[in-house]
Design a protein around this ligand. Structure first.
Ligand code: CP
Length: 317
């Protein structure tokens, strides 16, 4: 199939393309387990990582993915750059592109920043999280982790719990999982749910108002961080009250009498949305998500650079 050179979001991305990325990521995961976890696949390509917003997991895993693929890569953060002198996003990236680059990975606080850059540049643009819009490689690594755990996405029940209104991770998960045939439910306080969910995501999306009902229903729960830095005042009475009604705790899981896989994109507000002991416990696949992030980003960089597509066969896809 024809794969676009950009990855701006998972909304509208076809099932076949997601399957190809996930299958390719499995192959790269095998590469990462070798004594020398490196291939010459992107030798000669130059990739710039533009991080206008803080990141630990995404930035490091893109940088590692680029090194594992033998690309030349440069990382840019706003501190110490001419952005501090008032240079615009467009001028910044057009100057960087003039140095002959092939691909840009961008994280930005503004929703739509990746789309905007794709219209200004000849280079491929990979969205590493833009405002409240999407975080497509997080959605892909979450799907890879679910596939590793359950062997399928089709028919899997995934509940996304927490601050969904401010979450680009939620949006990418919803679009990606629904495209792959999973059943998706949202659960959170009404003030932290998106407005008009059927119009935004279709009528197949469930909503639970009580977290215990979501836990009883789900095979896996993706617990989201309360994004206090993006919230307006007054959306929550207090963190204590949020933790009491929506925090995922061992006691709550035991009451629901279910084994459930616990995911979290990080960083975690321990003791708020997720009990600390549970984050590190037997139900958690949080560090598996981080491990899969490198393989998924290798697959995205490789395929978006025109790499050969894996033949689809089995593996739950
Ligand atoms: N999951 C995620 O995007 O984490 P970072 O903000 O640390 O990149």
């Amino acid at each position: 199939m024809i794969i676009s050179k950009h990855l701006l979001g998972l909304e509208g991305v076809q099932r076949e393309e997601i399957s190809i990325i996930l299958k390719t990521a499995q192959s790269f995961k095998e590469v990462l387990s070798r004594p020398i976890p490196k291939v010459p696949t992107l030798r000669g390509k130059t990739i710039v990582n533009l991080f206008f917003e803080a990141s630990t997991r995404t930035r490091i895993s893109f940088e590692l993915a680029e090194k594992r693929l033998s690309a030349d890569s440069i990382s840019f953060t706003t501190a110490g750059s001419s952005v501090a002198k008032g240079e615009t996003l467009k001028d910044t990236v057009r100057n960087i592109e003039a140095m002959k680059i092939d691909m840009v990975v961008v994280r930005h606080q503004a929703s739509g920043a990746a789309q905007f850059l794709s219209q200004c540049l000849d280079a491929g643009v990979i969205n590493a999280g833009d405002g409240l819009h999407e975080h497509p490689t997080q959605g892909l690594l979450d799907m890879m982790t679910l596939l590793d755990k359950f062997g399928r996405l089709d028919g899997l029940k995934v509940a996304i719990v927490g601050d969904i209104a401010h979450s680009r991770v939620a949006r990418s998960n919803i679009h990606g999982l629904m495209t792959m045939g999973a059943a998706v439910a949202l659960c959170g306080p009404a003030t932290l749910l998106p407005r008009d969910i059927p119009a935004a995501f279709g009528s197949d999306l469930r909503v639970f108002t009580k977290v215990d009902d979501a836990l009883r229903w789900a095979d896996a729960v993706n617990v989201l961080r309360l994004q206090l830095e993006r919230q307006k005042h007054g959306l929550l009475p207090s963190l204590r009250e949020y933790a009491m009604h929506f925090g995922i705790t061992r006691r709550r899981l035991e009451t629901c009498k279910r084994d459930v896989v616990i995911m979290h994109p990080g960083p975690i507000n321990r003791g708020v949305e997720l009990e600390s002991e549970l984050a590190d416990g037997e139900y958690s696949v949080i560090l598996d998500q981080v491990t899969n992030g490198v393989a998924v980003r290798m697959a995205v960089l490789y395929l978006k650079s025109g790499g050969e597509q894996e033949v689809m066969n089995g593996n739950g896809l």
